[in-house]
Design a binder for this molecule. Structure first.
Ligand SMILES: *[C@@H]1O[C@H](CO)[C@@H](O)[C@H](O)[C@H]1NC(C)=O
Ligand SMILES: *[C@@H]1O[C@H](CO)[C@@H](O)[C@H](O)[C@H]1NC(C)=O
Ligand SMILES: [Mg+2]
Length: 365
């Protein structure tokens, strides 16, 4: 116990020093001076946000106050000991990366862009775009989002990286020449003439998905604030703007659409329910697919990094973990159950991490 306390104190000192360092270096650290009060506020908000709807409906207000105790700050501090800040650990991480082939995987919402009320307005900043461009010019880089592939590309607007939409169910594979023997996906990702076509493992479900889309739109049309988003191979029902009293009926309506239909399943992310085809294909498979098509899966010196903030990113974290030398990094400002090894608080810290990564490449080669 005493030992743990000392560890926390030590960590706090390092963390403070680090914030100072960032300030000196001119990084935008609006949170560094007011960090404590802000993190308390943020943590409370996020904690409630992240309780799955399915559990929340059986909770009462007593449970809510239990979550908001003053112990929450300590909770984050002890959590971050197990999932160290990728900024605090940067030097150590990059020391281990020297000479390795780094590949960068990025989620979009909540990672490169802030989570906003209107999902159509989740724009990334020009500053973030510039940094992602730089990183992608140094390392193979892919964005793996739950959005449709076209939509995430419209948000990011960069041509020097790869895109996967629908949680990895719609992948535009790299244009790197590969031989069929290198790549078990060769015949899937290319057409007869060797021309690239998107890899879409749920393609045969498309008519059924479109039918479900119509039905879910109809089922929830009276619920104020609910937004249905067509993500190509999956469907999102956003409820960030729905009144809490309507959560129950919303969930019921959405569930009723796929009831008795084992072809589809329902998952939940940050204030969003997602209907997706029940195929065994997730963001983790998408990471493996990219490593294959990049021609990297047979090398032992590959170091994949994955930065993401939501439940669907956990599948990718596990795949990165299994490579034993990759860096799965979660974006979270509150303690979370996760298979990521490192953490960043929010997109502003992702920006700093990526800019350091680019700078590291510029100075270390
Ligand atoms: C709600 O709170 C009361 C205490 O006020 C508790 O006895 C009860 O078990 C709680 N109900 C649920 C469903 O957790
Ligand atoms: C982390 O991985 C373990 C083992 O595969 C799994 O049981 C657990 O659910 C994962 N945690 C999260 C948050 O996904
Ligand atoms: Mg996300």
């Amino acid at each position: 116990m005493k030992y743990m306390f000392l560890l926390l104190v030590a960590f706090k000192i390092i963390d403070k020093k680090f914030s100072k360092l960032q300030e000196v270096m001119g990084f935008q650290t609006s949170h560094s001076t007011t960090r404590l009060s802000q993190s308390v506020f943020k943590t409370k908000e996020d904690s409630i946000d992240e309780i799955p709807l399915l559990q929340r409906t059986t909770m009462n207000s007593t449970d809510h106050t239990q979550i908001n105790t003053n112990f929450i700050v300590t909770e984050y501090d002890s959590w971050v000991v197990g999932h160290p800040s990728a900024l605090v650990s940067f030097d150590r991480m990059m020391k281990a990366a020297t000479g390795k082939r780094i590949v960068v995987f990025l989620d979009y919402d909540g990672t490169l862009s802030p989570i906003v009320n209107d999902p159509d307005r989740a724009f990334m900043s020009d500053e973030m775009r510039a940094v992602v461009f730089k990183v992608a010019s140094y390392f193979p880089t892919a964005i793996i989002s739950g959005r449709s592939r076209d939509k995430v590309k419209d948000f990011v607007k960069l041509n020097n990286l790869y895109y996967a939409g629908s949680h990895g169910m719609d992948i535009m594979a790299p244009l790197i020449p590969i031989t069929p023997s290198d790549d078990k996906h060769f015949n899937i990702g290319r057409n007869k003439n060797g021309i690239e076509v998107p890899f879409q493992p749920a393609k045969k479900h498309l008519p059924a998905i479109q039918e479900i889309l119509k039905r879910v739109k109809n089922a929830i049309k009276e619920i104020k604030g609910a937004i249905v988003e067509d993500n190509g191979f999956c469907i999102s029902v956003h409820f960030r703007q729905v009144q809490e009293k309507d959560y129950g009926v919303l969930e019921e309506r959405v569930k009723s659409v796929i009831e008795n239909n084992p072809q589809f399943c329902l998952t939940e992310g940050k204030k969003v329910m997602e209907i997706r085809p029940s195929i065994k294909w997730n963001k983790g498979n998408a990471v493996e697919y990219f490593l294959d098509t990049l021609g990297l899966s047979s090398y032992t010196d590959v170091l994949p990094m994955y930065i993401g903030d939501d439940k669907t990113d956990e599948d990718a974290f596990k795949v990165i973990q299994s490579t034993e030398q990759g860096y799965p990094i979660i974006v979270s400002s509150s303690p979370r159950e996760t298979n990521a090894s490192y953490s960043l608080r929010d997109p502003s810290e992702v920006l700093i991490f990526l800019s350091w990564l680019a700078k590291w490449r510029e100075t270390s080669y």
